[in-house]
Design a protein around this ligand. Structure first.
Ligand code: GRG
Length: 317
């Protein structure tokens, strides 16, 4: 890894999870410490707001530090820990996935897409900086992700190229973008559960799964571990979107930090609209159970991943 000692120390200024500890796992503490460490690392990786052109760096930082839950970085770090890795190695990749995620939200909120005024409890990027700068801030965050990831030299089982390909595929036209295209084209149409699954796999699950896989790769995980992490990430990712759809119809905009009820208004097919709320909750629980079962082989070392999966099923925002 071509990161300075100072950078590595900054990444790991956290109370590390001791997988052999008898203490009950405290997810809130874990999330708080990892969020703080990821924020420090992101602040270090991005050009400061005073670097010219200041507008673009302010716009990038505005959305990146607007208060996201940092679920993808947490999954990446937890996967590294589950595979016995040094968390410090996973921080750049955790930051890279958060940059891609934030870019996708900035673009998703644009008038040409979902046309939203609020995100993460604040005005959306284009509302503050204008549409042109918001498009560019999203582009710059996507590019920033690859700049950060490109500094990873790779690991014995996972070359530098493998790491970059992993990110590119998750963000590209066969996954994240494919999901968004299908989502846009599905508006106002009656979709089958299978078509909805196609959208969720790409729009949401692909990047969550990629976060978990990259965490494993940063720990030089075995092929069997990577397979288990992939199954975990895929199912958690699907459950995440089902819950997101449920929250859209059951929570307030204040709670969500974004406009609630948008799916119904945009006539989007969602699990609640196709199978109803109760059945949607059952599907999310079933997907989470499947995710759990793929962690058996980690023999208790995946405690943070388990806690995150449980938290994502029960979350209320
Ligand atoms: C290329 C023009 C262009 C646009 C790309 C890919 C894309 C736009 C949008 C898809 C993004 C999207 C809204 C996916 C859904 C995933 C989802 C539920 C995101 C919310 O994630 P949270 O709850 O958000 O983790 P926070 O704010 O907490 O990080």
């Amino acid at each position: 890894m071509s990161f300075s000692l100072k950078q590595r120390r900054m990444f790991v200024k956290t109370n590390h999870l001791n997988s052999r500890s008898q203490e009950p796992f405290q997810l809130q503490d874990y999330l708080a410490s990892r969020t703080a460490a990821v924020n420090r690392a992101l602040a270090e990786f991005l050009p400061t707001a005073t670097v010219k052109p200041g507008t673009i760096h302010r716009a990038m930082r505005y959305s990146l530090f607007a208060g996201g839950k940092r679920i993808r970085p947490a999954l990446c770090l937890a996967a590294a820990a589950a595979c016995g890795g040094d968390e410090a190695d996973a921080y750049p990749l955790a930051c890279a996935v958060e940059c891609i995620h934030t870019y996708s939200l900035v673009h998703d909120d644009l008038p040409a897409m979902d046309n939203d005024d609020y995100r993460r409890g604040k005005l959306t990027n284009h509302k503050v900086f204008g549409e042109g700068v918001a498009v560019l801030a999203g582009d710059a965050l996507l590019t920033q992700a690859f700049e950060i990831a490109a500094k990873c030299e790779g690991w014995p089982r996972y070359s530098h190229q493998t790491i970059i390909l992993e990110l590119a595929r998750a963000a590209g036209s066969l996954q994240l973008i494919a999901g968004q295209v299908a989502d846009l084209e599905g508006e106002g149409k009656r979709l089958s559960a299978g078509q909805l699954r196609y959208i969720h796999e790409r729009k949401t699950s692909a990047l969550l799964c990629c976060s978990v896989r990259l965490g494993g790769m940063s720990a030089n995980c075995t092929p069997a571990q990577l397979k288990a992490l992939t199954a975990f990430g895929y199912n958690v990712g699907l459950a995440f979107q089902v819950i997101d759809d449920i929250l859209d119809v059951t929570q307030t905009s204040e709670k969500l930090g974004k406009t609630a009820g948008k799916d119904t208004k945009a006539q989007k097919a969602t699990y609640p609209s196709i199978v109803g709320l109760e059945q949607s909750r059952k599907i999310a629980a079933q997907l989470t159970r499947r995710a759990f079962s793929s962690l058996k082989s980690f023999k208790g070392k995946a405690v943070a991943l388990e806690a995150l999966a449980e938290f994502l099923l029960r979350r209320d925002r």
